[in-house]
Design a protein around this ligand. Sequence first.
Ligand code: SF4
Ligand code: SF4
Length: 331
Amino acid sequence: MNTTPLSIPPLISGGIMLSYRCTSTCRHCLYRCSPDRPDEWMTLDMAETIFTVLKKESYLQSIHIAGGEPTLKWPLLLDVIRLSRKMHIPVEYMETNASWCKSRTTTQKKMHELKEAGLTSLLVSVSMFHNEFVAFSHTRNCVEIAREVFGNENVILYLPHMYHLIAEMPGDGKHSLEDFCDHHGIRPGSLSLLKLYDVVPSGRAVSALRHCYQKRSVATFSGQSCRNDLLSTTHFHIDHEGNLFTGCCAGIAQATVPDLHPSVLSDTHPVFSMLCTEGPFGLMETSGKEHGFKPRHEGYVSKCALCLHVREHLSETGKFHELRPSYFYSE
Ligand code: SF4
Ligand code: SF4
């Protein structure tokens, strides 16, 4: 048993998630957001607590405001932006999927509201995964009007080449992933599809895009510690309940505001500690002995896929407070 406490390093850059609720159910979504997630949102009090704690982070460079889709609760979003400005929190940008940009007139009005509240920059998500749920006309409205309101240099396209590939599709509506592949001559289920976006093989991707990866036996993942991933704070997230997630590791909250740097011990944080030392293979072995976990015979597409399967099993026991929120563990 590991008795040396781990500690989360100073936070560098990250996102504030107002909710897990989204208009879309993108196949690559790390946080498995969707319209079916509970209608639970960050309160303004929680935002204030989070900002107060973040102000004490000496190395914090920037934060961004994210969802789910943060624009779904428009008055709350404006209040959070105003609060961040009042508290001198360095908000780099707000992230959106552009689903709210159907009408150019309404989009224009809302962009000005965001700017007046204190927002200075917008990140617009665009990919073949987003385009299954958001018409390209909405994305185009969002980008063009944001450029008018915030200035060209303050609109981030994530990712620019995806914008052009979607723009080349016939019509400016939604397109299925299969249609996208067909139009661009990409074999569906191929790695080249994922390389277009640099998909992280974690979150929803391990199930919704599993056909694009080759499965490997669990032994392949033996000895792969996740210490570097879990102690990485260059892209952390804090959700609406104040749970902190490090690396790209959604669903493992080793800290909650106001204490974002607790002593992490194997008896208080068994999942996090085991993943930092033995990785998902070690977690699988312990979970097999102590909680009856059985891995899939066919193997897994990545170490994160194995990790997620074990954590889904552990979450069902209700014994692991680190595995939050519980609905992250249901598809
Ligand atoms: S739009 Fe963003 S938050 Fe919503 S499902 Fe897609 S990737 Fe996830
Ligand atoms: S295997 Fe688990 S802990 Fe490791 S990087 Fe993937 S999600 Fe994070």
